[in-house]
Ligand binder design. Structure first.
Ligand SMILES: [Zn+2]
Length: 413
């Protein structure tokens, strides 16, 4: 793992001086191949030809600074881009050269921000979490205990972590069949969506379109080898990655004919504005994962896009340090509470930052499934609470009520 991570980030670092696409997925998938396959398939129904398949998404925003705490609008813009790109409804599709137009496909894959969380509670599908990690050099963003946020059930949700990746790399993905706790895609905060603070060349949300293509089993067009194959019949062979924005046709000695490379395909390395399509063959390859015995077949039984199926109200979110960001939060008047030690085995101390008055406030502790496991009224400006009776695990601590409440997660050892 360490050796591979070193390779990844050397690669990222060596290219960061250029404004060209860099994708970390090649090395990541090499790592997956050495791991035990833990995402297994359960026998389910088969797909109905051309049915629209819904993919619930949870976006874990892991931020250390205000600019990394991207807005709800930026996140929603990314979901819109995914649905335009995967449904061939994007405006740039008009630029596909006529030689390739007939290959372009509506994949009939639909993405939504999850409306129901793994415990049945309502959710926005957006998790915000402050981290002390200034930038990530490995996959720590996928683990709560390492300054990130744990994956939701990858059989029912596409996990997207948005954070600051070292070296200004754009993102990376896991291929199908990898370890469940790592399954999903990681995208740098400034190439996610098409609004807010996004880098010029990558300001149309195509990094996530590309990385989710990997999550759905697609390879780069050149198969990561000189004139290699991506295993898809209707994408022409090409020598290597295309960068920036080539002119049509771009042919090499590797090209099957004078039409050359399909550089406007999402699985090339061109700039966002120059990408427009998946092919019919890529569509078939992606959708085969959802068929009976496919590695993502379980999504046919995921109904988290349907808000009416929530069985309980939303769980409170962790608002510690949430004031660092430009998000639509109602806690700007104060910065919140501190809980320590965390993790804790017996006594936790609760103190307030700045002007939060604890004395007289109700304290509620929820289990990870949203059940109230402790309730009391705080009697002082800093409080000690005995949590030794709680079972080991993650808990959500709430001080105060309604819009003035302060939320913090802690771990009981
Ligand atoms: Zn890639």
């Amino acid at each position: 793992m360490k050796f591979i991570a070193g390779v990844v980030f050397l690669f990222f670092g060596s290219l960061q001086a250029y404004s060209q696409r860099v994708c970390g997925t090649v090395m990541q998938s090499a790592e997956v191949a050495t791991n035990t396959l833990t995402v297994t398939n359960e026998v389910g129904r088969d797909t109905v030809p051309n049915e629209v398949i819904n993919i619930p998404v949870v976006v874990h925003v892991i931020f250390n600074t205000a600019v990394q705490n991207i807005s709800d609008d930026q996140i929603i813009s990314q979901i819109k881009v995914l649905n335009e790109d995967y449904r061939l409804k994007n405006a740039t599709a008009a630029n596909i050269p006529s030689a390739f137009k007939s290959f372009a496909a509506d994949t009939r894959l639909n993405f939504c921000l999850a409306k129901v969380d793994p415990t049945g509670h309502q959710t926005t599908g957006i998790i915000r979490k402050y981290t002390t990690v200034p930038y990530f050099t490995d996959e720590s963003m996928k683990y709560s205990m390492q300054g990130g946020d744990d994956a939701w059930d990858c059989k029912k949700y596409l996990n997207i972590w948005v954070c600051y990746i070292f070296g200004r790399s754009l993102g990376f993905a896991t291929m199908p069949g990898g370890p469940a706790d790592k399954d999903g895609v990681v995208i740098n905060f400034d190439v996610f969506g098409n609004t807010g603070n996004v880098r010029t060349e990558f300001n149309m949300g195509r990094t996530a379109t590309h990385e989710i293509g990997h999550w759905l089993g697609l390879k780069h067009l050149w198969g990561d080898e000189d004139c290699g194959s991506d295993g898809v019949d209707d994408t022409p062979r090409q020598r290597f990655a295309n960068y920036y924005c080539p002119s049509f046709p771009h042919a090499t000695s590797c090209s099957p004919n004078s039409d050359g490379d399909m550089f406007m395909d999402f699985m090339d390395f061109t700039d966002d504005a120059c990408m427009s399509m998946f092919t019919q063959g890529q569509k078939m390859k992606m959708r085969s994962l959802f068929a009976k015995n496919g590695l993502r077949n379980s999504f046919l039984n995921s109904f988290a896009c349907d808000a009416s199926l929530a069985t309980a109200g939303p769980l409170p979110q962790d608002t510690s340090k949430a004031t660092a960001g430009p998000v639509n939060n109602v806690h700007k008047e104060s910065s919140g509470i501190k809980v320590f030690p965390n993790p804790a085995s017996s006594i936790i101390n609760i103190t307030s930052d700045e002007n939060v008055i604890l004395n007289g406030q109700p304290l509620l502790i929820y289990s990870a499934t949203g059940k109230v496991v402790m309730k009391q009224t705080l009697q002082a400006s800093s409080a000690k609470v005995d949590v030794s009776s709680l079972a080991p695990g993650m808990y959500i601590l709430q001080v105060g009520q309604s819009s003035t409440r302060k939320i913090c997660k802690f771990v009981k050892l």
